[in-house]
Design a protein around this ligand. Structure first.
Ligand code: 5GP
Ligand code: MN
Length: 323
C-alpha cells in the first residue's frame, strides 16, 4: 500500500516544528521508525524533536539518534507536525499527544496495527506490513529522501524486531526485499543481532534460568504460560529478554502467555499465537490490542488472579476456534 498523497504533501516541505512522538515502553519498531524518519527530515532541514513518556531501553541505545530522545511528563509546547508511528491508540502517549496537539497541529498517524483508532489528521494504516519499519522505508523512498547508514540501521532494527528476526509469519517477500535495500544502504545485520541478543549481563543466564523454571503448560499442551512476580529478577532482564518466546517455543503450543507483575495489583500480559487463534481479540476483552499473532493488555489484580482470568479467556478462544 503506497503512502497517501496528502502524507507526502505534509512531509515534503515540513515548515515549522516536527515532533516524533513515541508511546509507552517504546520498542524497536516505534523507535526505529521515529528515529529513521526524524533523522531523514532533520537532514532535509526540518526542526525535529524526539520524545515519549518513557526512555529508550538500554538494549536499543545503539540506535542512531537515540541520544536525542527526550522523556517528558508533559508536552512543553504545541508542534506544527506530530508524527506517531506504530501506535494504534492515542492514549498510549500518556497524554503527550493531547498536550502537543494545538488547534493548528497536523497529526500523522502511521501504523500497521489492524485496530488503529485513526486519531490522526492523516492516517496511513497498512496491516499487511510486517512492521511499521516497512512503511517508513516506502515513505522515505517516495519522498526521495536519502537512506543514510544511520537511517537504514534504524529501519532495519524496526523490521528485525517486529518479525522476531525474520522468523514470524508476518515475514514476507516484501520484508526481505526491504531488508536487502536497508543492508545495501549500510545497515549491518550482524551488528543488530549482536546488540539485541549478544550483550547479556554476566548474571543474566542464571536469572533467566530462575524465570524459565516457572514455565507451565496446559494438560492438552496447547497453552503455555510464564508468570513473573515483581522482584523475582531485575526489571532490566524482563525488559531486555523476549520472555514470551520461551513458552511459545514449545512444540504443539498454540497460545503462549507472559504475565509480569509490574506493580502490586497491576499485571502486564503478552500473548502470542501461531495462526490458529487471534490473540488480539482476547487482548481486546481486557482493554488491550495488537496483531492476530502478537498482542498485549494490562490487567488488575494479583498475578494469580490475572493468570486465571486470561487463561480462561484463552481456553474459551481455543474452544470456539475448534467448533
Ligand atoms: P508485546 O507483547 O510485545 O508488548 O506487544 C505485542 C503487540 O501487542 C504489539 O503490537 C503491541 O502494540 C500490542 N500491545 C501490547 N500491549 C498492549 C496494550 O496494553 N494495549 C494495546 N492496545 N496493545 C498492546
Ligand atoms: Mn510494530
Amino acid at each position: 500500500m503506497a503512502p497517501p498523497g496528502e502524507l507526502l504533501e505534509a512531509l515534503r516541505k515540513p515548515g515549522g516544528t516536527v515532533l516524533c512522538l513515541g508511546h509507552v515502553h517504546p520498542d524497536g519498531d516505534v523507535l526505529g521508525t521515529l528515529l529513521g524518519l526524524g533523522l531523514a527530515l532533520s537532514a532535509a532541514g526540518a526542526s525535529v524533536t524526539f520524545a515519549g513518556p518513557h526512555p529508550v531501553p538500554d538494549v536499543l541505545a545503539f540506535l542512531p539518534g537515540s541520544d536525542r530522545w527526550q522523556v517528558w511528563k508533559a508536552a512543553p509546547a504545541f508542534f506544527d507536525i506530530i508524527v506517531m508511528t506504530d501506535c494504534p491508540n492515542p492514549d498510549r502517549s500518556e497524554g503527550l499527544l493531547e498536550g502537543a496537539r494545538g488547534p493548528r497541529s497536523r497529526v500523522l498517524n502511521i501504523d500497521h496495527h489492524p485496530d488503529n483508532r485513526r486519531y490522526g489528521s492523516i492516517d496511513w494504516i497498512d496491516p499487511s506490513a510486517a512492521a511499521t519499519g516497512e512503511m517508513i522505508f516506502d515513505l522515505l523512498v517516495a519522498l526521495g529522501l536519502p537512506l543514510t547508514p544511520a537511517i537504514a540501521l534504524n529501519l532495519f532494527t524496526a523490521v528485525h524486531t517486529d518479525t522476531g528476526s525474520f522468523r514470524y509469519s508476518n515475514t514476507t517477500p516484501r520484508t526481505f526485499r526491504i531488508a536487502a535495500e536497508l543492508a545495501a544502504a549500510g545497515a549491518d545485520p550482524a551488528l543488530v543481532s549482536d546488540r539485541l541478543y549478544q550483550q547479556r549481563g554476566r548474571d543474566s543466564l542464571v536469572q533467566l534460568g530462575t524465570v524459565l523454571r516457572r514455565v507451565e503448560v496446559s494438560d492438552d499442551g496447547q497453552v503455555a504460560w510464564l508468570s513473573v512476580p515483581r522482584d523475582l529478577v531485575p526489571r532490566e532482564l524482563v525488559e531486555s529478554e523476549d520472555l514470551v518466546s520461551y513458552p511459545r517455543s514449545i512444540g504443539g503450543v498454540k497460545v503462549a502467555v507472559l504475565l509480569r507483575e509490574e506493580a502490586p495489583g497491576t499485571v502486564k500480559a503478552s500473548l502470542r499465537a501461531k495462526g490458529e487463534v487471534a490473540v488480539n481479540k482476547i487482548a481486546h476483552r481486557f482493554g488491550g490490542g495488537g496483531h492476530e499473532n502478537a498482542a498485549g493488555c494490562t490487567l488488575s489484580g494479583t498475578l494469580e488472579e490475572a493468570a486465571a482470568s486470561l487463561l480462561q479467556a484463552v481456553r474459551e478462544a481455543l474452544a470456539s476456534g475448534r467448533s
